[in-house]
Write a protein that binds this ligand. Structure first.
Ligand code: FES
Length: 698
């Protein structure tokens, strides 16, 4: 929120400048934590003193004792460092306005020791602390998986203003009197008033008894109006994924996430993966509009959900930021994705876009603004831009690899010297699709697997239970849902453990000879499967499952190799795995499989929903929008589909972990299995038969 402009700035005598001449008449005041200090005549409101010294103190109501944003605390005692004796009585006693404030806010009255700085006056020397929540540019505390703190500096600010009543003797429009009041109260000149909200101004002014709160976008446009005083405005950061749509609802004053929600992308009924949705559009003339309507309807449902969770009205939402892959980006904007379905994968635009919410049928405050993050290339979208914003590889000396592991992996490599990006068609195998017992990550899905290399016994855990399958109480703990399948992170662990225990070779072939010593190795047609669990649902990893994962991980790794090649980089210092799948896989097993390159395991971590975080950063900090717009222009885009070396790297990466790359850092801490080779397609029976035949002919 903005500093109040109405209060007249007191004439500060800043420390060290002509202080002596006013000594005796004026009181010294020091603000912490900024350390700013100055002397002021007795009776000066603390907020005025803060303003004149450039101390960061928030206000929405312009010093009327309504918003409570300007709270401060008097630090009492002898402050030798500042040569100040700060006493409680050096601040004016709590007055009527503050008492009324506490009475109105029964649930959150002024806490002990807290004062409204717009009301409390300086009577003598003081040390005044400005708590973080009263600072306009406060740091928003980051969440565990997030890399950066966010400095709050939103695009939309709220202002409370009292407007001159309509008067027949001095006729003028309501808008004009409102804009005059904004200029005199807040020194905001040359504001425009959105025509979208023109129908609302008359009712708002009269209902609010000629006082209203307005939302100003970009310091120039009045975009929303409410009668009377309104303390909080809200913003939404939305990540449109092909499978799920996620939203963070944030209080634009505090930066706090007040509700988070997610829904399945309703476009799924037009096709599970992106390309099938593009095919749908190609085959149906109305397809693009249907998909656009579908995603916008989904977003509107999600908005209702998060707004009711936070107990706010959707009209309180005044700004939205959007991240999404190029196809989601185009469909949300009402642009056909057909050009993105084939070479040269041309985007309609790769620049950031600013819109009004009604232009994209989003039902929030009708003056709300929508900011869509820029795309990078035809396969590397606004979600990758948001991921870059969240992870900031462009600021680091270390070489970072940031991967969003989805049906299309988006890969970013580099550091402060250069940044490259590409996408790789990994397919849906990592999400459990195309896997015989695959399922979405839900209760009952196997997510952790261990295979004993000596006995080939298996133990596992499932989503919904904390226990391993060989622990007491496991059966009871899963009674409600059972063991129903295997999710993406589970299949990664299962196959990596099968490799480490010798069940599969480095070429990914299930070793049928092991059927002689373990019932878990089961002949199936001409290949073998490995049994993880036998119950109501029989959960196996088939030879084809292994192949699907090999294909997916080889595509991802080949993309990384291409970027390394082009960047002339040999060593990656840190790896961040983003997206729902990337957040759940065990990084060690991902590396054992050769899904990600060799790197110190301590330097490999999840980035959580980095695209969602990036969208939230863009929502809360307008400078971050300019920053990412600049960074994406400098990213070198690599198109894997036309790179001749991609195929070569892909073939090498089909091996586990890799035919050519030795993974020395990994195998320093993980026991590498002895190399073995088994011919694919041999059934145990045929092998045994051949062995018998061979021995009989000896
Ligand atoms: S500035 Fe709003 S209560 Fe003090």
């Amino acid at each position: 929120m903005s500093l109040p402009r109405k209060a007249k700035a007191a004439e500060a005598t800043v420390a060290g400048v002509a202080a002596g001449s006013m000594a005796g008449k004026e009181a010294w005041i020091v603000f912490t934590p900024s350390g700013r200090r100055g002397s002021f005549p007795p009776g000066t409101p603390v907020l005025d003193a803060a303003r004149s010294l450039g101390v960061d103190v928030d206000s929405v109501c312009g010093g009327r004792g309504l918003c409570g944003r300007c709270q401060v605390e008097c630090s009492v005692g002898e402050f030798a460092k500042h040569q100040i004796q700060s006493r409680a009585e050096n601040l004016s006693p709590i007055g009527e306005v503050e008492t009324r404030y506490s009475e109105r806010r029964k649930l959150k009255p002024l806490a002990e020791g807290r004062r409204l700085s717009c009301q409390a006056q300086i009577l003598g020397d003081l040390v005044i602390d400005v708590p973080p929540e009263s600072q306009m540019h406060r740091q928003v505390v980051r969440k565990a998986a997030e890399h950066r703190d966010i400095t709050l500096d939103t695009g939309v600010h709220l202002y409370y203003v009292e407007v001159r009543e309509a008067d027949m003797h001095e006729p003028s429009g309501d808008v004009q009197r409102l804009l005059q009041a904004m200029e005199s109260s807040w020194e905001l000149r040359n504001l425009t008033f959105d025509t979208e909200i023109l129908p609302d101004i008359q009712a708002a002014l009269r209902k609010g008894d000629w006082s209203v709160t307005v939302a100003v976008y970009d310091g120039r446009h009045v975009i929303a109006i409410w009668p009377g005083f309104k303390g909080d405005g809200y913003g939404l950061a939305i990540d449109i994924g092909s499978t799920t749509i996620a939203a963070h609802l944030c209080n634009l004053t505090s930066g706090e996430v007040v509700a988070t929600g997610g829904i399945m992308n309703p476009q799924i009924r037009f096709g599970e993966d992106l390309m099938s949705r593009v095919s749908y559009v190609m085959m149906h003339p109305e397809g693009s509009d249907e998909l656009t309507e579908s995603v916008r309807a989904g977003i509107n449902d999600l908005i209702q959900e998060v707004a009711s969770e936070a107990e706010i009205e959707v009209e309180d939402i005044v700004e939205i930021t959007i991240a999404g892959n190029p196809i989601m980006h185009h469909l949300f904007l009402g642009i056909s994705p057909v050009e993105l379905g084939s070479a040269p994968f041309a985007l309609a635009t790769d620049e950031a876009i600013n819109l009004w919410a009604p232009e994209v049928d989003i039902r929030v405050n009708k003056g709300a603004r929508v900011y869509v993050l820029p795309c990078i290339a035809g396969h590397v979208g606004a979600d990758a831009a948001a991921m870059i914003l969240a992870e900031e590889p462009y600021l680091l000396d270390e070489v970072s690899l940031v991967v969003d592991v989805g049906t299309n992996a988006e890969i970013v490599l580099g550091n402060k010297d250069q940044l490259l990006a590409c996408s790789s068609p990994t397919g849906p195998a990592f999400e459990g699709a195309q896997i015989s017992c695959g399922q979405r990550a839900a209760p009952g899905a196997i997510e952790r697997v261990r295979v004993d290399p000596d006995t080939l016994d298996v133990r596992f855990s499932v989503i919904g239970s904390e226990l391993w399958s060989d622990e007491e109480g496991f059966d009871e703990s899963i009674e409600a849902f059972g063991v129903t399948g295997i999710c993406g992170s589970g299949i990664i662990e299962a196959i990596a453990e099968m490799y480490l225990s010798g069940v599969i070779t480095e070429d990914g072939v299930v070793d049928g000879s092991l059927a002689e010593r373990s019932d878990r190795v089961i002949p199936e047609d001409r290949t073998f499967s490995f049994l993880l669990h036998d119950g109501e649902h029989r959960i196996v990893v088939t030879q084809n499952d292994v192949r699907q994962i090999q294909l997916a991980k080889a595509a991802l790794y080949a993309g990384v190799k291409l970027l390394l090649d082009r960047a002339g980089i040999e060593k990656i210092d840190r790896i961040r795995l983003a997206g729902a799948f990337g957040s759940h896989i065990d990084t060690k097993y991902a590396m054992v499989l050769g899904l990600i390159p060799d790197c110190d395991l301590d330097k490999v971590a999840s980035a959580g929903n980095a695209a969602g975080t990036g969208a939230r950063i863009a929502l809360l900090n307008v400078a971050a929008r300019r920053e990412i717009e600049k960074v994406v222009r400098e990213v070198r885009k690599i198109e894997t589909a036309i790179e001749p070396k991609f195929q070569e790297y892909f073939v090498d990466a089909m091996a586990i972990p890799n035919k050519r790359d030795a993974f020395p850092i990994l195998f320093d801490v993980v026991q590498k299995p002895a190399p073995k080779s088994v011919e694919a397609g041999e059934s145990g029976r045929r092998r045994r038969h051949r062995r018998r035949t061979a021995s009989s002919s000896d």
